[in-house]
Design a protein around this ligand. Structure first.
Ligand SMILES: [Zn+2]
Ligand SMILES: [Zn+2]
Length: 258
């Protein structure tokens, strides 16, 4: 499979996953504008017309901002849970949806997407595993804390995009008010760098060849800190050598062949 991270962060999330065999693709989250999705796909010679479906993790704006315009223009079906839809629908009428349960599997052409429930402050948040042939890709951001489910999945994938949202020290000494700091740290908030490292240290294995760290906070993290933490982890864990990619909040990533 080919993975292109179009954007990753609290300013917008969208990940393009493509089957090289069929040419079909799906989009995981749609938190940047239709225009930006077109432009960023064009960088790699891709077009939204290849998209067979959009899958939504939860209703926060950084995951759905571009959804109504993109899916209406290109007639792309959107898969999401019913509570997520209800929450979105309250603000903005929108059609073209199909419901999936928070543990359901949906197959579109040769692409299979499995949902799993997760801990986050949204109505019915999920994370996804995308399978194409033998290859499996875990996409998990906006995670308050990791649990046995994420751990088990991580030990059985070829690629993963995992949230590494904040550095504990930067959040502690940073400008955010106390209530916001508490919300980020909470079990329904976001995963810190140390929590991400802990998850990977304990549960990733040699099968994981592509490791993407994403949804980095603009104010409470830097790509350099995340890179340093991962370098330290890899030194410790000689048994697995994934390529490590820090997903950008500003620009489209490379085509990652998995
Ligand atoms: Zn988010
Ligand atoms: Zn969120």
């Amino acid at each position: 499979m080919n993975i292109i991270v179009l954007n990753s962060g609290s300013n917008g999330n969208a990940v393009y996953v493509e089957s090289p065999e069929s040419g079909s693709a799906v989009l995981l989250d749609c938190g940047i504008s239709r225009r930006q999705i077109e432009l960023r796909l064009k960088v790699h010679g891709r077009h939204p017309q290849s998209l067979r479906a959009v899958f939504i993790t939860h209703e926060h704006a950084d995951h759905v901002r571009g959804l109504p315009v993109l899916t209406k223009l290109y007639h792309i079906p959107t898969w999401l849970t019913e509570p997520t839809f209800r929450r979105m629908h309250r603000n903005r009428p929108w059609r073209g949806h199909r419901f999936m349960g928070n543990s359901d599997t949906v197959t579109v052409d040769d692409i299979t997407v499995q949902a799993y429930p997760k801990s986050h402050d949204a109505s019915d948040p999920v994370y996804f595993v995308v399978s194409i042939g033998e290859r499996r890709f875990l996409y998990v951001t906006d995670l308050g804390e990791h649990d046995d489910s994420v751990a088990a999945v991580l030990s059985d994938v070829d690629a993963a995009l995992i949230e590494s949202n904040y550095d504990e020290g930067m959040l502690e000494t940073g400008p955010y008010p106390e209530y916001l700091k508490a919300r980020i740290r909470a079990a329904h908030g976001h995963l810190s760098n140390l929590q991400a490292v802990d998850l990977i240290r304990r549960h990733a294995n040699g099968r994981l060849r592509t490791l993407i760290l994403g949804h980095l906070s603009e104010n409470n993290n830097t790509p350099e800190i995340v890179r340093r933490e991962m370098d330290m982890l890899l030194e410790e864990r000689g048994d697995f050598r994934p390529r490590v990619v820090i997903a950008s909040r500003y620009t489209v990533g490379d085509v990652l062949s998995v």
